[in-house]
Ligand binder design. Sequence first.
Ligand code: TPP
Ligand code: MG
Length: 399
Amino acid sequence: MYRVMMDADDADVDDVVADDVVISKDIYHNKNSHGKNNDDNDKEHFELLLKMHQIMTRLRVMDEILELAQRQGRLSFYMQSRGEEAIHIGSGSALTLRDAVFGQYREQGVLLWRGFTLEQVTDQCFSNERDLGRGRQMPIHYGSKALNFHTISSPLATQLPHAVGAAYFMYMKDGGGGGGESKGCSICYFGEGAASEGDFHAAMNFAATLVGRCPMIFFCRNNGYAISTPVTEQYSSHSDGIVGRAPGYGMPAIRVDGNDVLAVHRATLAARELALEKNTPVLIEAMTYRVAHHSTSDDSTQYRSKMELEDWSSSKFDPLSRFEEYLVRNEEIIASGISLDFEQVRSQERKSVLDAIAKSEKKKPPSIDTMFTDVYAEKPSHLIEQEESLHRHLASLDK
Ligand SMILES: Cc1ncc(C[n+]2csc(CCOP(=O)(O)OP(=O)(O)O)c2C)c(N)n1
Ligand SMILES: [Mg+2]
C-alpha cells in the first residue's frame, strides 16, 4: 500500500505549507533521497548530516542492545523503533529546545537528539536511583524537564489534548509564535493506532478552534500496525489515512516519506515555521513501517509475513541504509575529504551503549521513600497513610 505512494511524484514541501494547502494523496520525499545527484547540498550543511547519521546509528545500536538485554532478563521490558529512525532524527533535528515535545512512547531518538545521554536512557530502563522518574515507571517511560520532553504516559492518546493545552499556554505566555527565534511550538507524536482514540479527535478540534492561538504540530507516525492490528483494519479503505482527516478540521497537513530523514527534516521545519508564523496547528503524517516487534512482549511473526518484513528491512526501504547511500554520494562531503566510516561510528556507539549499561546496572535502586514524593507539592493525607502502612509492613517482615 505505501509502496505505491512512495513512488509518487515529488511534491514541494514549501509550496504545500506556504499556501495552507492540504495534500492528501501525494507523499513528500526529498528529491534524490537514494543518493543520486542532490540539489540540496548547499542548504544542508554536512556537519548536521553527519550528526544526524551518528544519532540515527546510536538509536539503532541502543535499541538492538537493550532488546537483547531484555531477552537476557536484565530489564523487564523494552520497545525498539527499528525502521522508524528517520522520523525521530529528521523531526528532532528540525526542532529547538524551546519546542515542547509530547511523545507516545516510540520516540526515544528525539530525546537522544535533544541531548538525553545513553546513561540517562539506561538509568531509566534499569529503574535505578539516578532514573529521573525514580523507578516509578516501567522501562521506556522517559521524560526530561531540562530537555522540554514531557514524560511518556502509557494510556494511548492522552498526550494529544495535553500537547494542545501546552501550545495554547505557549501562545498565551509568549504572545504567539510570530516566527521569532525565541518562540517555540508544541509537538505531539502519536501512532496511527492512537489516532483511533477519541482523544485524537478532541485534540484536533480543540486545536482547530484555537487557530491563530495554537502553535502546534500533530506528528503521526504511520508505521502500518497498532500491535497486531494492521492499518487496513484501523481506518476505512475509502478514507485517506490520517492526513485525510486534517481538511475536516480546516488544518494544513503534509504527508511525508517517513523513511527519508531529510524529507522528514524539511517537512518538520516547514510545519514548525507555519505553526509559529500563524499560530496554527499543522498535521504531519509520516509513512513508515514498524520493522521491530511492537515491544518485547510481542511476537510479530504471529500476524505478519516473513516476506513483508524482509522487504521493509531491505536497503531499499531501511532509513539508515538509505541515508548512508545518500551520504556516500554527497558531493559536498566528498569534496570536503572527510572519510565516512560507518562501521567505526557503529562500533563507537556500541561501546558507549555497553558502557552506559555497565554503569547503570551498578547503581542502587531508588530509596523506597521516593515512591511517595514528587507528585504533589505537599504530600496529601492518603499518601501519608499509605507510606506509614508500607513502613509498618516492612518492619513486620524484619521481625
Ligand atoms: C487507551 C489504551 N488502549 C490500549 C492500549 C494498549 N496499546 C498499547 S500500544 C497499542 C498500539 C498503538 O499503536 P500505534 O498508535 O499505531 O503506535 P505504534 O505502537 O505502532 O508505534 C495499544 C493498543 C493502551 N496503551 N492504551
Ligand atoms: Mg502504529
